[in-house]
Ligand binder design. Structure first.
Ligand code: ZN
Ligand code: ZN
Ligand code: FE
Length: 766
């Protein structure tokens, strides 16, 4: 006989690990115990050595579906001779990293129960088990146990308790276990919050939606607004109410069959849709898809998701499986509402009825958005179902470090040793309510993860509220340049520490020289960088206003290139046009930018696609849509200017030949979509040419692609293909968004690198 103490770290709490260990130990005829600790799971097992070996092998080889084992260590202990294997109470003391599981979509077993008329949980909207259900959104502390979730207020009935305590049951130690007799329940309220008396709130709610009304529904991480996708009136009313003029709404589809009737879905995309994270997946929409135009105006994609809680399954069922608009429960860019009273107050006048329940949401969490592009997943928004899964870093944050992200699409992240814990999506911090949510959510995470930061990392931009927050906490600070953080984030998730060529294309970031950067070629590593090349700089007439009005960038680029700005004059009020031309001519109120995003804006406006945007990136997105309709169409000229004599960097990409060619094509009557296509090919050619040039100077052949412009699937996939064709190793985002949602990871990696030498893994470029 032998006895071993085994410690497992990773995502091992709230994922059915203890019951699994219990079952496995019995199966191997071992005695001992298992318990949750703050930083993982500790097992003691005793038995014959071959049985112990088998136990270890299967423990690591076939863990439960939601678990992720990062580290297993064991040591020998004296034999104790006990008779059983037991699950012991959690150990609350101790230090180390706390891991919290993301919320997971309803599993197949639970789904079968949900629609089984003889099951005691038949049509119960809150059923779950060790393999599925709420996690992050209900956790109030660690380690993960019923009393430290928002289910603490519900006392288990005898039947639930029996399942919870039965090692052979799949609800053995499933913390949110409940049933109609003991768990949360639904209520239907009218638009003013008055209860509606109905035998079945869910069916009554579905009937209202079918009648063309707008409903608010409390889901996993917050409230959603819902309406029938086929009702133009309902969708348009919802759009007006949310002040969301053009942004696409997500669509909840009952099943894969319904999804396929709306969109073209590849095998990998199918897997994303069905994954436990159940994200919104951006998919090419079928021309014949029967949804109101206002769901996603002019958009060749639809964002689809499958039901991920029993409540959503029941809802689509009650609706006869029609696709449903399911969009975050907020107005414009405020944070999503997640408390009943707050939702009633904020969505009043917008929602005709509220389907609510009494299980509190502790951590608000929007839906995640993702897509499959260039042979891998590209997260667009990493939130519900993904957060707070950790990401391993190639550097060591020895000091507990909190990285605050940027200003838009903000996430924060904290680093402990070589792990990064990224928050859910917090949205744009411009909104005053978003800022208080930011402060509140940081405090919440610090509490949940018992995290006390010693170092704060923030963007170099002095006016970002996240930077101001950092300054107010009175802790050690590190300011990181925006595009360096983008590059570092791509490096970190690829486990790269050695130098790379960083191609960082985005809308706006504060540059080292105080100008607005955004079309950057960096050479460097996590420790530092040189701005090796950038796009030609032009003025942004009126500063921020030029972001909302791409036509201003069109004027600026055209004047800079010495050509007339197309047919703009016919579309813009004469007075405004004259003022902006004057600003450009006299260089007044024209901050300088090298932004790639602004170049997209300028071209989109020049060719008449969009002069004013209603959401961030809209003009560039529509330029991509136009280009997508054309297969291939040559490209435009550009030049690479030499640096000043005696200096090696920066090279400047002269985009004036490109702008001139665009305008020439325009006057020749070339279709806008062809121009858009050529423009995309030109940018790909620019990237490849500059990277080749930098490779010849530096000898580096690894390229990290980052920045929000690479959310453009066409640009992104062509860039990868061409760079790889030229023998480059391309590092891309798979775990965090290329946009500003990924900044916090890069900031952490840079901070980790600064914390002195660490034991780096050997890296290979293969
Ligand atoms: Zn389940
Ligand atoms: Zn019960
Ligand atoms: Fe950015």
């Amino acid at each position: 006989m032998e006895r071993r103490a085994i410690t497992i770290r990773g995502l091992v709490q709230g994922v059915g690990m203890r019951p699994f260990v219990h079952g496995l130990a019995r199966c191997c005829a071992l005695t001992g115990s298992v318990r949750n600790r703050l930083d993982g799971i500790r097992i003691e097992v005793e038995g014959e050595p071959p049985a112990l070996e088998r136990f270890l092998r299967e423990l690591v080889g076939q863990p439960p579906p939601l678990a992720r084992i990062d580290e297993v260590t064991w040591e020998a202990l004296p034999v104790q001779g006990e008779r059983e294997f037991q699950i012991e109470p959690s150990e609350i003391a101790g230090t180390g990293s706390i891991f919290i599981a993301p919320d997971a979509a309803t599993c197949a077993d639970c789904l079968a129960e949900l629609f089984d008329p003889v099951d005691r949980r038949y049509r119960y909207p809150f059923l779950n088990c060790t393999n599925c259900g709420p996690r992050l959104t209900i956790v109030t502390g660690a380690p993960y146990d019923r009393q430290r979730t928002t289910m603490a207020g519900f006392t288990m009935c005898a039947a639930c308790r029996a399942e919870y305590e039965n090692p052979a049951d799949r609800r053995f130690h499933a913390q949110p276990t409940c049933c109609p007799a003991c768990g949360p329940s639904l209520r239907l309220l009218d638009g003013n919050g008055e209860p509606i008396d109905t035998a079945d709130p869910l069916v009554a709610f579905a009937d209202m939606l079918l009648a063309g009304r707008i409903g608010a529904i409390k889901g996993l991480g917050g409230f959603h607004l819902a309406c029938d996708t086929r009702s133009a009136t309902a969708v348009e009313t919802l759009r007006r109410g949310k002040n969301r003029d053009d942004k696409p709404f997500a669509v909840l589809v009952a099943d894969i069959e319904r999804a396929e009737s709306l969109c073209l879905i590849g095998a990998a995309e199918l897997e994303l849709l069905r994954s436990p994270g159940a994200p919104i997946v951006l998919l090419p929409r079928r021309p014949e898809a029967n949804v109101a135009e206002a769901v996603a105006p002019g958009n060749p994609h639809l964002g689809l998701m499958l039901p991920y809680t029993p409540l959503h399954h029941l809802l689509v069922h009650a609706l006869g499986r029609i696709p449903l608009v399911l969009t975050s429960g907020n107005r414009s860019d405020e944070p999503i509402a997640y408390e009943n009273a707050d939702a009633l107050a904020r969505l009043n006048g917008l929602a005709d009825c509220f389907l609510v329940h009494d299980r509190p949401i502790h951590v608000r969490c929007d839906d995640s958005v993702t897509r499959w592009v260039g042979g891998a997943e590209m997260p667009i928004r990493r939130s519900r179902g993904y957060a707070p899964q950790t990401i391993s870093m190639p550097v060591d944050c020895r000091e507990p470090t909190l990285a605050l992200g940027g200003q838009l699409k903000c996430t924060f992240a904290f680093g402990r040793n070589r792990r990064a814990f990224l928050s859910h999506h917090l949205g744009d911090l411009d909104h005053p309510d978003a800022y208080s949510a930011f402060e509140k959510d940081i405090a919440l995470y610090e509490d949940l993860f018992a995290f006390r930061p010693r170092l704060l990392v923030h963007d170099l931009h002095p006016d970002y509220v996240s930077s101001r927050y950092a300054q107010e906490r009175g802790l050690a600070l590190l300011a990181v340049q925006h595009h360096h953080a983008h590059m570092a984030s791509c490096m970190a998730e690829n486990g790269r520490v050695r130098p790379v060529l960083g191609v960082v294309f985005d809308g706006t970031g504060f540059g080292l020289d105080g100008t607005v950067w955004g079309g950057e070629f960096l050479v460097g590593d996590l420790g530092g960088f040189i701005r090796a090349a950038h796009l030609r700089r032009v003025g942004m007439p009126g500063g921020e206003q030029a972001i909302r009005e791409p036509w201003r960038m069109a004027v600026s680029q055209a004047r800079d290139a010495g050509v007339p700005p197309g047919l703009l004059q016919n579309r813009i009020p004469a007075e405004s046009f004259r003022i902006v031309e004057g600003m450009v001519a006299r260089n007044l109120r024209c901050p300088i930018t090298s932004s790639a995003g602004r170049l997209f804006d300028a071209v989109a406006s020049l060719i008449g696609l969009r002069d004013r945007v209603r959401y961030e990136g809209q003009a560039a997105i529509e330029l991509e849509w136009a280009a997508m309709t054309i297969r291939s169409e040559g490209s435009y000229p550009f030049e690479i200017e030499e640096p000043r004599p005696g200096e090696e960097f920066p090279l400047v990409v002269d985009t004036r030949p490109l702008v001139r060619a665009v305008v020439r094509d325009l006057f020749k009557g070339t279709e806008p979509s062809r121009i858009a296509r050529r423009f995309h090919s030109t940018l790909v050619a620019v990237i490849v040419a500059v990277c080749k040039r930098l490779r010849s100077i530096t000898g580096l052949d690894a390229v990290a692609l980052s920045g929000g412009v690479f959310l453009n699937g066409l640009l992104f996939s062509e860039t990868i293909t061409q760079l790889e064709g030229e023998g480059f190793l391309v590092l891309r985002h798979r775990l965090v968004p290329p946009g500003d949602g990924g900044l916090s990871l890069g900031q952490l990696a840079i901070a980790g690198q600064k914390q002195g030498p660490c034991s780096l893994r050997p890296e290979t470029d293969s």
